[in-house]
Design a protein. Structure first.
Length: 182
């Protein structure tokens, strides 16, 4: 984790440049001197609360905007390092690869369903996308049944109970994306 002064400075410089403002223009808008702004951007000065409020008000952003860390551009997730969740039968194994985040509106899971096992999923919100990585999967949605093989996918509204069944004598691995449009 970076020192807070560096995070504040990077966020200030990024915002200023995104808006096409010079240091002079930013100083005019915020009432904070050009020298102080430059020092903050370089991470040499940790601004006081009142100085940061002046900058936030002048640039019309929240106070906390400057403290948000930049998102990592690459995030590697290893299945063997994730917590495993199982259903009551212990034949349905769920791993949360990328948990839900309100800003993203989706979550991604790896699911392993043991040989000849089934899992009943009750209705829930969102849009569901299933991709079969290895094996074969039968999905029953209402009165319809869909057969998916390795490489196949299915998108559906999970607003009713749906059943996953592995018809083979080997574990099926699927990837499940749930998107929440609202």
């Amino acid at each position: 984790m970076q020192p807070l002064a560096n995070i504040i400075g990077q966020n200030l410089e990024k915002l200023r440049k995104k808006r096409g403002f010079s240091l002079d223009k930013t100083a005019e808008l915020t009432g904070v001197s050009k020298g102080m702004l430059a020092s903050i951007e370089k991470g040499k000065t940790n601004p006081t609360v009142s100085t940061l409020w002046k900058i936030a008000m002048g640039l019309q952003v929240s106070f906390s905007y400057f403290m948000a860390e930049t998102k990592t551009e690459v995030k590697q997730v290893k299945l063997k390092e994730l917590k495993e969740f199982t259903d009551d039968s212990d034949h349905y194994h769920l791993f949360s690869l990328f948990p839900f985040h309100p800003g993203k509106k989706f979550e991604i899971y790896t699911i392993q369903l043991d040989a000849y096992a089934s899992h009943i999923s009750e209705q829930h919100a969102g849009e569901e996308y299933i991709l079969v990585g290895d094996g074969e999967l039968l999905i029953e949605i209402g009165e319809n049944q869909y057969k998916l093989e390795a490489g196949d996918g299915l998108q559906f509204s999970p607003n009713q109970q749906h059943i996953y069944t592995n018809p083979l004598n080997k574990t099926v691995t699927i990837f499940n994306v749930i998107y929440y449009p609202e």
